[in-house]
Design a protein around this ligand. Structure first.
Ligand code: PLP
Ligand code: SF4
Length: 349
């Protein structure tokens, strides 16, 4: 497989003094609507030469999109920053790579009602929003037909009926897109409906929001999740220790002190977190803020993401290094989702 080097050779650092980020507010909805979508603006914030960066990029239908709190954690003047590489639409995305497809998980075929995916025993996944506040370049859902497949109060009744009719379903997973783009009132409404279904015991929320816009963890949301009848787990999505700063740890504090379980899933990404040193630091940093590592996802063969691909031999070697150097509870399980399997597949070492 042709894997092209990601690292932009010699992008100059611009000396522009201190550019001030404009996010001195706690209003997550404003922060979500003020994402940076323009390379020049991004480069200005990051003191990078926009001409050099533009030469490496080629915008496509999956646009540049990144919220300011996340941008503030990118090292200024560093075009190889591991957070920057997760959001920059590089030319490599246009490469057609043999064996890389649009829907590697075959998700569109486990979709009994709009917005609901029932693939694994006992749990269903609800796709709750049509977009994300951040466009992660490696996203395996980048080609997913969200527009036909999202739940709003107007469209979630068929999904609720499906769940109610199947007593084997004990866990509801809110995923996306980004489920925490729903406002507190909507989440409250959905939780009320789910809490009424007796056989539903567990709620899980898969969200990148606590990382990219930690202000989303409002007191109202934390209180609602903490007091639900449903045993609740929040699974963050964090790939690199630099994604965690004091705003993230402060936002998580209320949940750390609550009955909500905090886990993290990461994606193994070439040139971003594919060393045992970075992965070890990630585990310890997560634990420091009250979060346990859950899954480390082996990269999926999604068209446009070949430059992030870490082959299985290397992925397993990294996993083994983690097992040999971390306490067991800080080792994420290396998994891949294989279409047609009844669970995520553990990649043995
Ligand atoms: C990952 C996933 C789940 C949850 O799997 P766990 O192994 O329980 O974390 C459920 N449904 C779908 C469709 C998934 O992709
Ligand atoms: S937050 Fe998750 S769903 Fe959203 S773009 Fe990133 S990887 Fe994809």
């Amino acid at each position: 497989m042709a894997v092209v080097a990601v690292l932009p050779g010699d992008v100059k650092r611009l000396d522009m003094g201190n550019t001030l980020l404009r996010f001195n507010n706690d209003n997550w909805q404003q922060l979500a609507s003020q994402c940076i979508t323009d390379i020049d603006v991004l480069c200005n914030e990051l003191q990078l030469d926009a001409k050099d960066i533009r030469a490496l990029c080629e915008p496509n239908a999956f646009a540049l999109k990144v919220p300011l709190p996340f941008v503030s954690r990118i090292q200024k003047g560093d075009a190889t920053d591991p957070l920057l590489l997760q959001i920059l639409p590089l030319k490599q995305e246009k490469l057609e790579t043999v064996g890389f497809v649009a829907d590697p998980l075959g998700e569109t075929s486990f979709n009994p009602t709009p917005g609901l995916i029932h693939k694994y025993a006992g749990r269903v996944l609800l796709t709750m929003a049509s977009s994300c506040p951040v466009n992660c370049r490696y996203c395996f859902r980048r080609h997913f037909p969200y527009a036909d497949n999202r739940l709003t109060p107007a469209t979630w009744q068929p999904a609720l009926d499906y769940i109610e009719a199947d007593a084997s379903i004990s866990e509801i997973i809110l995923s996306g897109g980004e489920p925490l783009l729903l406002n507190d009132r909507m989440i409250d409404k959905l939780l009320h409906s789910l809490e009424k279904i007796e056989h539903v015991k567990l709620l899980r929320i898969h969200s990148r929001m606590p990382i990219v816009i930690p202000q989303r963890l409002t007191k109202a949301l934390c209180d609602r999740l903490s007091s639900s009848r449903l045993r609740t787990t929040l699974v963050l999505h964090c790939n690199h220790p630099n994604e965690i700063d004091s705003t993230v740890s402060e936002a998580l504090a209320a949940l750390v002190a609550s009955p909500v379980t905090l886990l993290n899933q990461s994606v193994l990404l070439k040139n971003i977190n594919d060393t045992s040193a970075v992965l070890k630091k990630l585990s310890y940093t997560l634990f420091d803020v009250g979060v346990l590592p859950y899954y480390l996802h082996a990269t999926d063969p999604v068209q446009g993401t070949a430059h992030f691909f870490v082959d299985d031999t290397r992925a397993k070697a990294l996993s083994k290094q983690l097992i040999n150097s971390l306490p067991g509870y800080l080792v994420p399980t290396l998994v891949r989702e294989i279409s047609g399997e009844s669970a995520k597949t553990r990649l043995g070492i």
